[in-house]
Write a protein that binds this ligand. Structure first.
Ligand SMILES: *Cc1c(COP(=O)(O)O)cnc(C)c1O
Length: 501
């Protein structure tokens, strides 16, 4: 294609379009006023979070709004903000509320939200390059290494969350253990299929990772757990031996530091020894528990975490960064880069200028990357890592407090040992048969949600259905837990006494 054709202006060189548009406002002063209003409202929103319901169902006129057609023409941003303030902000998932304890999420923080805003204002692409945000991204990764005692020579990357961080670690593990150039030839060219091992409590993202990595779900062997819900080491050894005998290539142990069901922490020291003996990659899923390493009263629970080959951790959980930010760390920096680096002609580095720094996109799957580091950086500087450590200790102490309340309440029963900040229990009054307990407990959970009192989730531990409270929340207080227990007993009684049988 000749140059003039490529420019598309062969016939009229140098002629400007009749008018040019931009997304910038015509009225910067008006935008300033509105922005101040938005900030004021946001401060009030977070200050008053405790006085609102945790969650509420959306009325039909709200859900209908999201059926509106694609907007064709302009409308004033004041009106858009008004619409959102009326119809979106009052209907959150709820995880910033002090009584949200469902699944496992962080509770966000205002400074982090400012960080996200400013990251978008600066607008830098963290795929790489020579600029301040890229240096900050590397600094936050270095701080993550330091928090868990990983060597400075390790590498890492900020990703969307724990699931991606696990995929990064497992990809490097697969490539390192494949025995062939798996990037070039693919998994089908491997002589012996790889086997990965995790406990039966392993997070579902590992299954997705196995599937995405082309190894198939069966390449992940789920090993039974002991009464503490930790991987059974003897069973793991048996599985590895069986697999070797059957012609598989045992490749990687996925240890979990804080399982999503019960917060159980696998014996990391023993697994590091076993991985070394068996020549396996040790990946630690520390999405919940890796950061316990900064909590003075509990850090010993994750001793050994620094021995991993790769680790996934999740700053949007116990550092309460606004979503999304996860972090993958890999001990062998060249294995990490070797799993992802590709340098196409349009991204060749230059000796000076914007492209003179290493490309951060060479450590993962994304090319364009957001400025996720800023929200983590600002909050860590504001509070200091020691405070985040104390908040983790606080949540673990609250887990213990809630367990104590449950043990003291005859109508409630603990279903799994409380190890850290996750409490599994059920309402179990006299005279209700085992088979009816699940429906009863779900009904209690739904009434708590629908009344906006508290958000819990449920799960099944070693075959027993239960309610589950995961306290990853810097706003929770012990009196919130007192209220929870009282409300469960009240609602349970209400349901049982209203039911015919
Ligand atoms: C939350 C979690 C994940 C997934 O992390 P996301 O940030 O939700 O993608 C993986 N493993 C464990 C143990 C988790 O708790």
């Amino acid at each position: 294609m000749d140059k003039k054709d490529a420019a598309g202006s062969h016939a009229f060189p140098g002629v400007q379009p009749r008018f040019e548009e931009t997304l910038d406002p015509d009225d910067w002063a008006g935008l300033r006023t509105l922005s101040h209003q938005i900030i004021d409202d946001a401060v009030d929103y977070l200050r008053d979070v405790r006085s609102r319901p945790v969650w509420r169902n959306m009325p039909a006129d709200v859900t209908a709004l999201f059926e509106q057609a694609l907007p064709r023409s302009a409308s004033p941003v004041e009106g858009i903000y008004h619409e959102l303030a009326e119809n979106v902000l009052p209907y959150p998932l709820g995880n910033v509320h002090p009584r949200f304890w469902s699944w496992y999420m962080g509770a966000s923080n205002f400074t982090g939200a400012l960080g996200d805003f400013l990251a978008a204002i600066q607008g830098s692409n963290l795929g790489g390059g020579n600029h301040a945000a890229a240096l900050m991204d590397r600094q936050v990764v270095n701080w993550c290494k330091e928090m868990i005692g990983f060597p400075v020579s390790a590498s890492g990357t900020l990703v969307s969350g724990g699931s991606m961080a696990n995929i990064i670690g497992l990809t490097v593990a697969r490539n390192a253990k494949a025995g062939i150039d798996v990037r070039e030839h693919g998994v089908a060219a491997m002589e012996r299929p790889l086997r990965f091992y995790g406990s039966d409590q392993v997070h579902s993202c590992h299954r997705k990772a196995m599937e995405a990595l082309g190894m198939g779900n069966r390449a992940l062997r789920c090993i039974p757990t002991d009464v503490e819900l930790r991987i059974d080491l003897a069973a793991l050894r048996v599985a590895i031996a069986e697999d070797r005998a059957a012609g598989f290539q045992p490749a990687c142990v996925i240890a979990t530091a804080g399982t999503v069901n019960t917060g159980a922490i696998d014996d990391l020291m023993a697994l590091a020894d076993l991985a070394a003996e068996e020549n396996l990659w040790l990946h630690i899923d520390g999405c919940i528990g890796a950061l316990i390493a900064i909590a003075p009263e509990n850090a010993n629970r994750v001793a050994g975490i620094e021995r991993a080959d790769s680790i996934a951790l999740d700053p949007h959980k116990w550092l309460h960064a606004p979503f999304e930010v996860g972090c993958a760390l890999v001990r062998d920096a060249s294995a990490h880069r070797g799993a992802f680096a590709v340098t196409p002609e349009y991204l060749e580095p230059t000796p000076r200028g914007i492209a003179s720094a290493p490309w951060l996109y060479e450590y993962g799957l994304q090319t364009t990357r957001g400025f996720r580091a800023l929200k983590v950086w600002m909050a860590l500087k504001e509070h200091g890592v020691e405070k985040f450590g104390r908040l983790i200790d606080q949540n673990i102490a609250q887990g213990r407090y809630l367990s104590g309340l449950i043990k003291a309440e005859p109508l409630l029963e603990l279903v799994a040992p409380t190890n850290i900040n996750i409490v599994c229990f059920r309402y179990r009054p006299e005279g209700v048969e085992e088979g009816a307990l699940k429906a009863l407990n779900i009904e209690i959970m739904l009434r708590l949600q629908e009344a906006g009192i508290a958000a819990l989730s449920d799960t099944t531990v070693h075959g027993v259905h239960c309610l589950r409270v995961a306290i990853c929340n810097h706003r929770t207080r012990c009196d919130d837990l007192d209220l929870l227990v009282n409300e469960i007993v009240r609602l349970g009684h209400q349901i049982v006494s209203a039911s015919p049988a």
